[in-house]
Design a protein around this ligand. Structure first.
Ligand SMILES: Nc1ncnc2c1ncn2[C@@H]1O[C@H](COP(=O)(O)OP(=O)(O)OP(=O)(O)O)[C@@H](O)[C@H]1O
Ligand SMILES: [Mg+2]
Length: 283
């Protein structure tokens, strides 16, 4: 596929600078619900959620524990299907795709960074990162090259053959990010990517995500409990009780049923960092 070599051939596409109405929606969510059968009862984790994420956007999903954030992320990441409603990823209605087609869409379009890293413990950093390319049928030499480039992009060029148990938490999270970006996804989803990290490693992870968004135009959606992390995103979507309570990108503000005193600021804090990493990918 032509997208395989996008990195090297895509010098400086600043999707984020295009006017919103000219961008392709990366994800569209229309009245989506997700219920879990739980014993004899049902948990309605999402109760009718609608929004769209454009290419190149940088969105934070916030909200209390149990409000449905991870459930929503799993849906956005095509790791799960809605109970009802429609979900389109890169223009494709996932309700119309077989499991195999869904897996392929996920592999090509989406990088997912889990809070708990979810790396293979016995595999080296290089093999962990190369795995999505193996599923894609990329040959061994190219897999190795691209995985090494992705690891260099997150400043882990010196840890290629380390296993997860031989790395710090911050390093493991960066391996997880390298794995998510190695396939050059349009969309990067990160569920509390800094939740397990100290402030220095958390800042490094945020810098990498911001570079991916700002310089490569990857749509980034992250879940966070950290108001500072949320305020750095260009858009904040607040989830409560399985509903979108507030979306800073919505044309008219949703009615706020309770005091909005704990809301994060909507200010855009996108001053570019001087970070070296992501633009080197594929170099
Ligand atoms: N597999 C499951 N079976 C039954 N209920 C579930 C399942 N997964 C999640 N839930 C319930 O769905 C609701 C939403 O869960 P979810 O994990 O999406 O919350 P969250 O907003 O990510 O919370 P946190 O901030 O604590 O990670 C919760 O009430 C949770 O208990
Ligand atoms: Mg969660």
């Amino acid at each position: 596929m032509s997208r395989e070599h996008r990195t090297a051939e895509r010098p400086a596409q600043h999707l984020a600078e295009q006017p919103a109405d000219e961008r392709t929606p990366a994800i569209e969510v229309v009245d989506v619900t997700r219920s879990y059968a739980f014993g004899s009862t049902t948990v309605d984790a999402l109760r009718g959620v609608s929004f769209r994420i454009d290419e190149g956007e940088y969105t934070a999903i916030i909200g209390p524990s149990g409000s449905g954030k991870s459930t929503l992320m799993h849906l956005l990441g095509c790791l799960d299907r809605p109970t009802s409603g429609r979900l389109r990823v890169s223009g494709r209605d996932i309700g119309e795709l077989s499991d195999a087609e869904l897996a392929q869409l996920r592999n090509r379009e989406i990088g997912f960074v889990f809070q708990a890293f979810q790396l293979l413990p016995r595999s080296t950093a290089l093999d962990n990162v190369a795995l999505p390319l193996l599923y894609r049928g990329v040959g061994a030499g190219e897999r190795r090259e691209r995985a090494a480039a992705a690891l260099r992009a997150v400043n882990l060029g010196h840890r290629l053959t380390h296993r997860p148990t031989q790395m710090s938490g911050g390093e493991q999270q960066r391996v997880a990010i390298a794995r998510a970006l190695v396939g050059e996804p349009r969309i990067l989803l990160a569920d509390e990517p800094t939740g397990n990290l100290d402030s220095r490693n958390g800042a490094e992870v945020m810098r990498i995500l911001e570079e991916l968004n700002g310089e490569r135009g990857v749509a980034v959606v992250l879940v966070t409990h950290d108001d500072e992390v949320a305020a750095r995103a260009h858009r904040q979507v607040r989830v409560r009780d399985g509903l979108v309570e507030r979306d800073s990108a919505a044309p008219a503000p949703a009615p706020a049923p309770r005091g909005a005193d704990d809301d994060v600021h909507d200010d855009v804090h996108d001053d570019a960092d001087d970070g070296a990493g992501v633009r080197r990918l594929g170099a």
